[in-house]
Design a protein around this ligand. Structure first.
Ligand code: NAP
Ligand code: GLV
Length: 306
């Protein structure tokens, strides 16, 4: 088996070594232009030149859950694209989202400001029942996040493309289910893939349907959100604020208004990181399953876009 590794912005060497160690009989190398043909590739945002040159590839293993960057390339329709399927990301995402929801609900930013000023003051407890959290995207990450939020007894709504039935979660689906989902939601968590259907889905029209005092947590992709619409809805008081991990331009430009906005918390695309060991174990396991002719999870539907 020949395996090539091509990353846009990450040194491939530790991956080459670890994959070689896991598959001693394979030939594993970092890709460079003109490299010999490989059977499988492990990639993150490779250039079109990589796809054009590697014409013998059977499988592209993406080292992230989101394949939006990959599907922007011109790919042969028969090329199997496989995304990471959890690999240690769902627990990180659950931590991040629960932290953001609880920090907002319990007003911990306000307490931090008070204590920094040497002020001992109480805030009136808020009712959990008034803070329904709506998770958009009930896949590998969204379902885990929804279940984690239930532990803290928040009312939880879920939204997906196909209809779902998850214990204790009010599930909505499809374009016809979106208005009811938004109207039932105060804190919105976005965990949908970026596809032509979901690009710009968080906009003035949808965000203004959230309950008054709504809050937005975007941990999926920056292009889901129309940034100026979010700022306008926070500034006019309909929304209370936002926690954002992903942006239309990353790194977030130094002069971007999100940095200084008092009601917006920014993190640098870090809510669920790719963990090398877990990811390699999953990818190697899938390569071996394919060799045995067995089905694998996480195969991307090129048409659907995720
Ligand atoms: P997944 O398992 O494929 O789940 C996607 C979910 O979104 C599914 O429930 C799907 O519905 C739903 N969905 C897709 N298109 C929809 C639409 N048009 N309307 C309504 N629902 C729609 O993906 P995942 O592994 O949970 O990952 C989700 C996304 O998180 C990734 O694509 C990536 O962009 C992002 N992510 C971000 C980070 C970070 O660090 N910020 C890390 C990892 C992933 P069905 O169930 O009906 O198919
Ligand atoms: C990270 O953003 C991922 O898609 O895994």
């Amino acid at each position: 088996m020949n395996i090539t590794i091509c990353f846009a912005s990450l040194p491939p060497e530790p991956w080459v070594q670890a994959v070689q160690q896991a598959l001693p009989d394979a030939r594993v190398s970092a890709w460079a232009p003109g490299a010999p043909p490989a059977d499988h590739a492990i990639v993150w945002a490779p250039p079109q030149q990589f796809i054009d040159e590697q014409t013998a590839l059977q499988t592209l293993f993406n080292i992230g859950a989101g394949v939006d960057a990959l599907l922007q390339l011109k790919l042969p329709p028969s090329l199997k694209v496989v995304r990471l399927d959890d690999a240690g990301m769902s627990v990180q995402m659950a931590e991040y989202v629960c932290h953001a929801v609880i920090r907002h609900f319990r007003e911990f930013d306000g307490y931090d400001a008070d204590t920094a000023a040497g002020k001992w003051s109480y805030r009136k407890p808020r009712s959990r029942a008034d803070f329904a959290v709506g998770v958009m995207g009930l896949g590998v990450l969204g379902e885990r996040v929804a279940k984690a939020l239930q532990v803290f007894e928040f009312p939880v709504n879920g939204y997906s493309r196909s209809a779902k039935d998850l214990p204790g979660i009010r599930c909505f689906s499809g374009a016809q289910g979106l208005p009811e989902f938004l109207a039932a939601t105060r804190v919105l968590v976005n965990l949908m893939p970026l596809t032509p259907e979901t690009e710009n889905i968080l906009n003035q029209g949808t965000l203004s349907q959230l309950q008054a005092g709504g809050y937005v947590i975007n941990v999926a992709r920056g292009k889901h959100l129309v940034e100026e619409d979010l700022i306008a809805l926070i500034d006019n008081g309909h929304l209370a604020g936002a926690t954002l991990d992903v942006f239309r331009t990353e790194p977030l430009p130094a002069d971007h208004p999100f940095w200084q906005h008092p009601k917006i918390t920014v993190t640098p695309h870090t809510s669920a990181r790719t963990l090398r060991e877990e990811s390699i174990a999953q990818i190697v396991g899938k390569m071996q399953a394919l060799q045995r002719g067995e089905p694998i999870r996480g195969v991307v539907d090129h048409q659907r876009g995720y």
